[in-house]
Design a protein around this ligand. Structure first.
Ligand code: HEC
Length: 146
């Protein structure tokens, strides 16, 4: 269990590396920035889960709540089928808009639920794994990592 959670924490924190550089389309930049904000909260939570920072229930809950807040912006950030040579967004997003929408909704719902539930470090690890699953579910279909 612990290993699986750490793998997810690592996977979600490792992927950011400068995908961003040289993006010219401002709409693409904005949606990448939104994802990076989400990533920041996951990094805060991942560090606590790995014991690299001290667990604090208030900070953990705030990070899940902030993730939910950012999640609620995903649909509008991706609404228009904008692209950029540096974008990792699959064109399938706009072919399957309803599903993309639902996956963004899953992330928001899970993050909102967890913001009200996490009280101990024992809660945090499975919570982070559950949230990480919602990232993976969408990235696997709609993000083409370069
Ligand atoms: C509903 C779909 C969806 C969900 C859910 C989702 N993402 Fe993304 N994410 C994307 C897409 C699509 C891109 C590629 C955007 C682009 O390059 O234009 C992306 C890109 C990213 C990037 C790279 C940003 C950059 O600077 O290029 C990070 C980091 C990221 N996501 C983190 C996360 C994390 C962490 C979660 C879960 C808490 C998550 N995402 C959930 C669709 C999603």
């Amino acid at each position: 269990m612990r290993t699986a959670v750490l793998a997810i924490a690592t996977a979600v924190t490792a992927c950011a590396a400068l995908a961003h550089e040289g993006v010219k389309n401002p709409a693409v930049m904005a949606r990448m920035d939104g994802m990076k904000e989400i990533q920041k909260h996951l990094t805060t939570l991942g560090k606590m889960a790995k014991g690299e920072s001290v667990f604090d229930a208030k900070t953990a809950r705030a990070s899940f709540a902030a993730t939910a807040g950012e999640s609620s912006r995903v649909v509008s950030l991706f609404q228009l089928p904008k692209t950029d040579p540096k974008s990792e967004a699959s064109q399938d997003i706009w072919e399957n808009w309803a599903e993309f929408n639902a996956l963004a909704g899953d992330m928001e719902r899970v993050a909102t639920d967890l913001a009200g539930q996490v009280a101990t470090i024992e809660d945090l690890r499975p919570a982070l794994a559950a949230l990480g699953e919602t990232c993976k579910a969408c990235h696997a279909k709609y993000r083409e990592e370069r």
